[in-house]
Design a protein around this ligand. Structure first.
Ligand code: GDP
Length: 705
């Protein structure tokens, strides 16, 4: 049978990086039985009969979160042949807490101290031999990112697994605890699984109910050991669980004092110095706003735009369409097919692909902010603010992932323990603009606002505002009552990411965008082209001369009244909004097919001109707001359904998003009308009513249930 090595460690310790380095592409990903926590396994590189099991990132073996339950069950019940415990060398104190618990399991263990490149750079020294002696297991320095020490760590773990000889734990609790533990072991002599006595007795001392249940202890036995526990508690004047936790930390502090030499004796690292500014109570938010502004400004308004303009105007405007059309006509292709390919496919897919350069730039920046450690700070900063709005700081991570695509963003909400917070996060994640919405933002910014600097960043802030307002609105509802959950997150040290990793992350996200353009968008563009070019002419079905007689136009006109109060009651914009449900890129793709049709010489600027005739400025912004906030694409709705595991909740989520989008867009448009001197009584009244309703919801006292 294959040897099993479990990879265990804290979140953010570099586990994924190490797992990828150890297994290469031989990975199998699934779920742990019964829960939605990801399970990854892979054959160790160069070893056919060694399997590495990647346990979820955890801080302890107390079964509080689904991750901890899964990890603990695997370690205790399935007993891997060895544990490779990855610890973050820049954060030893927090990381060794888990280590002290793993060491009690009676399973051979090798410790890989990761991030050694950062430790060394800080000028700190970890005395590995001493640490190894103190902890009673082999310790190896690695840098998962740079690949140093990785092979040695794997070899050490395999060696330990083959020997099947766990070293005995070195840590001893204080006299009275050890005394109680010895009593527990003695009393349960025959009930404790061989080799695991230490772990079980500590857990029983902590009165872990799952362990009591698992061992099937009789009430008498429990009462018997309870005497020992209670007397120890009396003696140390604390409860059993806290006694254990305290002693573990005291021990760790002691170990670190002996094994870790800081260059900077005050313990203030460069990361701490940066954090003093970046997470400062007053500066944090302005800095965050400036960073996000710059990110969007650079990617959407400057560098990205130069490339996108070229792609849209020249590549998909002047170069490809005439060339393809010339070629197709030359080989005698039927006229309708030429139109389908040039106007439908190139028009629609091209309009979407044209935005790839902007996305590449945006993703590069986001990858950088994530990899250098800044995003973790944002979650920390946002926790303070989110809490005031009834949301958890943990909600920010799904939203961050959602900047790429809402589907994985929504799925990332799984790590949130509190059901209330999780549901709120699932509902609000798609408000943050995903990559598919970027083309819509860029189109509106470019065509209607002459590329004004503030449009793209403002879309991001509209998203965040929608999230915060939703927190306030939703928490007033009875179904969202509940306790606030504590937020634990460690801040990794800042470090410079490698260009290779940044490029890889940028490419992975962009590639899935490009793939979508070649599949979903391609198909949608063909359907839209067909529907916008065919219709009933004089009672007969056929190709129409003018799109206004097409099936799509009639359908669009039928629903356009819905959007009239929002300022985009024309059939083209209505249809574009609907096709956005299939994929948000379709909003742009649809305009590409509808407006780009026919003219061989057309290029972006002309499409823009046509768009300008279609909207007022505030109508265009309302269109943007509605499309940013309304029901997300079908794939994301599917993800909401999966995470909510309830049709009713899914309906609520999508309904809420759409109503909020409608209300916000209506306010934008009607106030715009009012200030440009075109306001109508009903429209202004409706807008004021919405604003008043919103303010009322905010100030209304929560009714006690
Ligand atoms: P996980 O949450 O434990 O799976 O952690 P990841 O593997 O995602 O790593 C968290 C962050 O630390 C990522 O940005 C990694 O690039 C970075 N990282 C991982 N290992 C190292 C390392 O050895 N040195 C440095 N400098 N960074 C690392």
């Amino acid at each position: 049978m294959a040897l099993k090595i479990a990879l265990a460690g804290n979140p953010n310790s570099g586990k994924t990086t190490l797992f990828n380095a150890l297994t290469g592409s031989n990975q199998f990903v699934g779920n742990w039985p019964g829960v939605t926590v990801e399970k990854k396994e892979g054959a160790l590189r160069g070893e056919t009969d060694v399997v590495v099991v990647d346990l979820p990132g955890i801080y302890s073996l107390s079964p509080y979160t689904a991750e901890e339950v899964v990890a603990r069950q695997f370690l205790v019940n399935e007993r891997p042949d060895a544990i490779l415990n990855i610890v973050d060398g820049t954060n030893l104190e927090r990381n060794l807490y888990l280590t002290t618990q793993l060491a009690e399991l009676g399973i051979p263990i090798v410790i890989a101290v990761n991030m050694m490149d950062v430790v060394t750079k800080q000028g700190d020294v970890i005395h590995i031999h001493r640490l190894s002696k103190e902890l009673g297991c082999e310790v190896i320095e690695i840098s998962a990112l740079k690949g140093t020490g990785v092979a040695e760590a794997a070899a050490a773990a395999v060696g330990k697994a083959k020997m099947r000889m766990p070293e005995s734990h070195r840590h001893h609790f204080c006299g009275s605890v050890e005394h109680a533990l010895a009593h527990i072991e003695e009393a349960l002599h025959h009930s404790l699984p061989a080799g695991q006595e230490r772990w079980y007795s500590v857990k029983l001392f902590e009165r872990d109910s799952r362990v009591q249940e698992y061992l099937g202890l009789s009430p008498e036995t429990i009462a018997h050991i309870e005497e020992d526990i209670a007397s120890c508690e009396r003696e140390l004047d604390d409860d059993a669980e806290s006694i254990i936790t305290n002693e573990r930390y005291n021990y760790i502090t002691d170990v670190i004092r002996r094994c870790y030499t800081r260059k900077n004796a005050s313990g203030v690292t460069i990361s701490d110095k940066i954090d003093a500014i970046v997470t400062n109570r007053w500066l944090a938010l302005p800095i965050f706003a400036a960073v996000m502004f710059l990110t969007y400004y650079i990617s959407v308004t400057t560098i990205g735009t130069w490339a996108t303009d070229w792609a849209n105007d020249v590549l998909f405007g002047e170069i490809i369409p005439p060339a393809v059309e010339g070629f197709l006509t030359g080989i005698g292709t039927a006229d309708w097919l030429v139109r389908l390919i040039v106007d439908g496919i190139i028009g629609g897919v091209g309009a979407v692909l044209g935005f790839v350069p902007q996305l590449l730039v945006l993703f590069f920046f986001l990858a950088f902010l994530e990899a250098c450690g800044y995003m973790a700070r944002i979650a920390f900063i946002m926790d303070r603010i989110f809490r005031k709005f009834g949301l958890s700081g943990k909600s920010f991570i799904p939203m961050l992932i959602g900047t790429g695509c809402s589907v994985p963003g929504i799925m990332a909400s799984r790590t949130i323990e509190s059901e209330r917070d999780r549901r709120m996060t699932v509902i609000t994640t798609s408000f943050v603009p995903c990559s598919a919405k970027l083309p819509v933002i860029a189109l509106i910014a470019g065509a209607l606002f002459g590329g004004a600097w503030w449009v793209a960043p403002s879309a991001y802030f509209v998203g965040i505002m929608a999230v915060l307002c939703s927190g306030l609105i939703l928490k007033k509802l009875k179904m969202f009552r509940g306790e606030d959950a504590a937020f634990v997150m460690e801040l990794p040290a800042y470090h410079m990411p490698t260009v290779r990793n940044l490029l890889r992350s940028m490419w992975e996200r962009s590639w899935s965008f490009i793939k979508k353009a070649g599949t979903v968008i391609l198909l949608s563009s063909m359907v839209i082209w067909f529907l916008s070019n065919f219709g009933f002419v004089g009672g007969r079905f056929g190709m129409v001369e003018d799109m206004s007689g097409s099936i799509l136009a009639s359908f669009g006109s039928m629903i356009a009244w819905i959007f009239r109060p929002l300022g985009f009651g024309n059939w083209e914009a209505s249809v574009a909004t609907l096709t956005g449900l299939v994929a948000k890129e379709n909003v742009v793709g649809t305009f590409g097919v509808l407006l780009g049709a026919g003219e061989v010489s057309e290029h972006g600027a002309e499409v823009w001109e046509l768009l300008r005739q279609m909207f007022t400025a505030h109508g265009a912004y309302a269109f943007l707001v509605f499309n940013l906030l309304c029901a997300p694409c079908f794939a994301a709705i599917g993800a909401i359904r999966r995470e909510m595991q309830s049709g009713k909740w899914t309906l609520f989520a999508v309904g809420y998003q759409t109503v909020l989008a409608y209300a916000a867009a209506l306010v934008v448009n009607q106030l715009g009308e009012l200030f440009t001197g075109h306001g109508s009584v009903i429209g202004t009244f409706a807008a004021l009513l919405i604003i008043a309703g919103f303010i009322y919801t905010l100030v209304r006292k929560e009714r006690t249930a």
